[in-house]
Design a protein. Sequence first.
Length: 303
Amino acid sequence: MRELMKQAIEIGRKSIRLGETASYIPELGRVNKNQLGISIFTTDGVRESVGDADVRFTIQSISKVITLAIALEKCGFHKVFEKVHMEPSGDAFNSLVKLDLSSNYPFNPMINSGALAITSYLTPITDFEEMLLISRKLCMDEAITLNEDVYHSEMNHISRNKAIAYLLESKDIIALGCVPETLDLYVRMCSLSVTAQSLAGFGLILAQDGIHPVTGERVLNENVVKIVKTIMFTCGMYDGSGEFAVHVGIPSKSGVGGGILSVVNQRMGIGIFGPSLDSKGNSIAGNHILRHLSKELNLHIFS
Ligand code: GLN
């Protein structure tokens, strides 16, 4: 496994120069784009990491998976999907065009509009401290904290998400007056500092349908995990989800911090860190790495 992971890193490394870090959040623009790490935790207890797998970076949109899972647990299916749909959008993660023109509801929970709506359902019943504790548990990583620099950097460049949130308020999807606290919780969740290893840990819990591999405790409801994995598969790589499903075929979620969380059902969790991004905001090296691992280990959902 280790040799294959090293090989995958070398394949991924070749594409780094073709991408860029996410400079629309200035603090992310300062990250060294040449970093690359993979971590794999399997259901039979193997834990392997290569490269920069213990380097901390911000989780960004991968937090949308945690937020969705918590909202399904706390608010239930009906509330979560009453005004947020479950269809791929085919548009950029921060687009608001169709939200206004062709649909009154966010397309899915994995893009900003959907995640903002779902975050707003959580603000009256939980807070960042509780979400942080749950995130630590789900990632099996007690060292997760808020990256204050990234949090402030994003809050200072929040116009687009603010526009989305107020559009949602105008459509009665976010309750009147709740936009500021929704944006704050959303950006805090995006600014959690994780590692490729943390993502592999979370991936393993999802691969095991919500069972913690060490304690044997059920940390997420089985049906919640089923919904989360399905939406990761259809929508997790934004407007690159279809191509990714064909070539990789593993439910995954990316973030503009360079992380990818992947779940191979009943087999393993994979975490990747590679902050050089393609035009859709997905880790460019991560994409190549996952293609290689999927082919060599037969990880495609339909293989
Ligand atoms: N915090 C980022 C944003 O809202 C997350 C986006 C992402 O990771 N694609 O723009």
